[in-house]
Design a protein. Sequence first.
Length: 146
Amino acid sequence: MTAPLLRVEHLEVHYGDLIGVSDVSFDVPEGSVVALLGSNGGGKTTTLNAIAGLIPVYAGRIEFQGLEITGESAFAIVRRGLALSPEGWRLFVQQSVENNLLLGATPLRDRKRVAALLERVYAIFPRLKERRNQRAGTMSGGERQM
Ligand SMILES: Nc1ncnc2c1ncn2[C@@H]1O[C@H](COP(=O)(O)OP(=O)(O)O)[C@@H](O)[C@H]1O
Ligand SMILES: [Mg+2]
């Protein structure tokens, strides 16, 4: 049996003396979409931030592509190909739509791939291509989420 793309085992995250989440375990098989459902304060954001390396893991283990990534920094995890699309719109609002997309490609070492990846994004979200020269801060909520 091949390893799942992402595996979270008994994840525990603390905020000071408070427990953010404890004993969270799940797999994300390659090619699948997995949704994490729960009430407000249930620990969804905490779980995703911990996987992305944005907050420390207190206990448990995270594996991506069969390799342990627990405790790695966020920038190292992004280079492995695991990225978090944050809630809220963390855009550079004074920059164009296209510059925002190009900024997202900053960690990509093979710069030759950037043009093709940009076209792929524009194929998925034609609206962004239409508005590529527009300031990101002038986009609607739905467009910003794209
Ligand atoms: N920065 C923080 N400091 C202290 N406690 C936090 C912090 N962020 C989240 N929490 C707590 O961790 C728990 C999980 O929160 P969160 O992951 O934001 O839940 P969800 O995203 O499912 O609504 C909650 O009890 C919340 O109050
Ligand atoms: Mg949340």
